[in-house]
Design a protein around this ligand. Structure first.
Ligand code: DC
Length: 222
């Protein structure tokens, strides 16, 4: 049986950075489910479909094919055969993703795909609903969080490094709104699974968080 590690938590808690490192240490596959939702959101944006248009979103779900490939240890996301990795990390796509990930047809499509991957291989999967809904029987579940201020500070520095102008207050507000939407949607809201270990990274370095998770995994395997 494949060994599955689920990492859930709010935007900016460091899930993907941490999960990538843990995957490398364990030689596991890393699956970034946010990227899959982002690819679907990109499709709707390109097609000019509004986030509120549930009927059009439901209808076009059938025409969307999302696939993942691992190239050189990096996850590549394909939307109907096109590698869209370079297009899905913008603020515009992020906002659209949070808005359209509330719809059942969007979630069902990706949940099925994620479960199929988890059955086949040892992996670490990050997202919002992995421990609660996608892989309720994952052997290790982590809920990785950090304070809004810490997460906003990380995002602020990231954008500054990229040379993108932004205000700290705006980022804080954005994070709060995204948290609210992700935690209060009807289907598969973001919440800590009853059997997940809580890790608060506010005052921890990346190395400390990675070490903590590896320790949890080792204890589980013993
Ligand atoms: O982790 P991320 O920032 O790439 O996720 C973008 C959005 O996708 C996030 O606001 C909520 C949604 N998402 C989700 O609903 N379920 C997941 N398993 C992963 C992401």
């Amino acid at each position: 049986m494949a060994f599955n590690i689920a990492i859930d938590g709010p935007a900016g808690a460091g899930k993907s950075t941490i999960a990538k490192r843990v995957a490398k240490e364990l030689s596991y596959i890393y699956v970034d489910t946010g990227a899959m939702y982002r690819a679907m959101a990109l499709y709707f944006l390109r097609a000019g479909i509004a986030a509120e248009d549930e009927a059009a979103i439901t209808e076009s779900c059938r025409q969307i094919n999302v696939t993942l490939l691992n190239e050189g240890g990096e996850q590549q996301v394909f939307l109907n055969g096109e590698n869209v990795n370079g297009f899905i990390r913008t603020e515009e796509v992020g906002k659209m993703t949070s808005a359209v990930s509330v719809y059942a047809p969007v979630r069902e499509k990706l949940t099925q795909l994620q479960r199929e991957m988890a059955q086949k291989a040892d992996l670490i999967m990050d997202g919002r609903d992995i421990g609660t809904c996608v892989l309720p029987r994952a052997q290790v579940k982590i809920y990785l969080t950090a304070s809004v201020e810490t997460r906003a500070k990380r995002r602020f520095l990231e954008l500054q490094e990229k040379g993108e102008g932004c205000s700290f207050e705006e980022i804080c507000e954005d994070i709060k709104q995204r948290d609210y939407r992700d935690m209060n949607r009807e289907i598969s809201p973001l919440k800590q699974a009853g059997d997940a270990m809580l890790v608060d990274s506010s005052d921890m370095s990346i190395e400390e968080v990675v070490a903590k998770i590896l320790e949890i995994v080792r204890n589980k395997k013993e």
